[in-house]
Design a protein around this ligand. Structure first.
Ligand SMILES: NC(=O)c1ccc[n+]([C@@H]2O[C@H](COP(=O)([O-])OP(=O)(O)OC[C@H]3O[C@@H](n4cnc5c(N)ncnc54)[C@H](OP(=O)(O)O)[C@@H]3O)[C@@H](O)[C@H]2O)c1
Length: 350
């Protein structure tokens, strides 16, 4: 019982470490690792950024010189299956074998082709005692964006919007209205620092003129994407500013030359639009996509079935009259209060 509790604590620590890499590891997953000897952590690490050392390597390197001799008697906890392939770095399974680590506890499998159980098999074949599935649901939630990207060949899609207390999304008259509070706004910017791209529809770009940048949190700026059938967007829109690249997705060519680092992706606006778009984004190594509205755009994603999560702020504001918010076809998985707003999180479990 005590041992099991300890294993939970060490795996939870792996998850916390993994999250420290949020926003910097894409297209790689976030991974955390802990090395324990007789119930004591002697090393820990996480994958800090794409192209840099994996979590297991950082954990081994963090072990103090006087403790290196304990590695052949230690247990490695890792939030995701150790890799078994040469990518930007050598396979972590080789390091585990080289350091003679006898026991490995993994939360969940890595669906990357060439890994997907092969990392576990290699370790077991070499005599390492490997267990898989500790706190598996939490491990899978952490690795879901990466596993969606490598197995479905599309970005992990998160829908995000705010609605009034009476279920309205926007005024009917094309006027801009901010519904959520400052806490929610700050949180949205933090989320933006953790994802690869943000998408809005052309009407939202024209009406709200959003910058779609991360201004209220640390870290990176995602790529901006605007979906407009006609491609008719004023070149002076804030999302064509120099802060981040912008991709215009339209059926017709943009009326005028695009500014700054904007690019054009021509796609037919037919029933296959969202599937084709996601395939194109995956080819550009976009692993996570935030869809921030408006209604038509969110509904396109909901109707296509290509969405994984929805984060909905139900605000304290009442809006009459208004355009009704999109309906998420599942019950919320969790809810949190942020001052006057309530955040509801939905998951699309296909
Ligand atoms: N509450 C919130 O969280 C929130 C968030 C964002 C936006 N908003 C509000 O939402 C409103 C805008 O929503 P919206 O529904 O009007 O527009 P939208 O989703 O922002 O944009 C719709 C886009 O769909 C394109 N389109 C036209 N025909 C299509 C087709 N057959 N298939 C696919 N796409 C097609 C249009 O292209 P064209 O460019 O050619 O017209 C248009 O740009 C604004 O009032 C904004 O303030 C609220």
């Amino acid at each position: 019982m005590f041992l099991l509790m300890q294993e939970y604590i060490f795996m939870k620590r792996c998850f916390s470490l993994a999250r420290l890499g949020a926003g910097r590891t894409s297209p790689n997953p976030m991974v955390g690792a802990v090395l324990a000897y007789e119930g004591r952590i002697i090393g820990e690490g996480f994958h800090r950024a794409y192209g840099e050392a994996h979590a297991e390597v950082n954990a081994v390197n963090s072990v103090a010189p006087e403790n290196q001799g304990l590695l052949p008697y230690s247990t490695l906890y890792v939030s995701l299956e150790p890799c078994n392939i040469y990518g930007k770095t050598p396979p972590c399974t080789s390091l585990i074998l080289e350091k003679k680590i006898p026991r490995v506890i993994v939360s969940c499998l890595d669906h990357t082709p060439g890994v997907n159980g092969a990392g576990i098999e290699r370790l077991r074949a070499a005599g390492v005692d490997v267990s898989v599935g500790l706190l598996e649901a939490e491990g899978q939630a952490l690795s879901r964006p990466r596993n969606t990207f490598v197995s479905a060949h599309r970005p992990y899609v998160i829908l995000k919007f705010a609605q009034s207390a009476n279920g309205m999304f926007a005024p009917p008259d094309g006027r801009q209205l901010w519904l959520s509070n400052a806490f929610s706004k700050r949180l949205v910017h933090k989320w933006r620092s953790e994802i690869d791209a943000i998408l809005v529809g052309g009407n939202t770009a024209r009406i709200d003129n959003p910058q779609l940048t991360n201004r209220h949190w640390f870290g990176k700026m995602p790529v901006r994407i605007v979906l407009s059938r006609s491609g008719k967007l004023p070149p002076g829109l804030a999302l064509f500013g120099p802060e981040a690249p912008t991709l215009l997705v339209s059926e017709l060519p943009p009326g005028r030359a695009l500014k700054n680092s904007a690019g054009w992706l021509p796609l037919p606006f037919n029933d296959g639009l969202i599937g084709s778009l996601l395939g194109e984004l995956a080819r550009r190594n976009i692993t996570t996509l935030f869809v921030e509205g408006g209604i038509r755009t969110l509904e396109l994603f909901l109707e296509s079935g290509y969405w994984d999560e929805a984060r909905v702020f139900v605000t304290g504001t009442h809006l009459y009259p208004g355009r009704p918010a999109p309906q998420i076809p599942v019950e919320p998985k969790s809810g949190f209060r942020l001052g006057s707003d309530q955040l509801l999180v939905f998951e699309n479990r296909r």
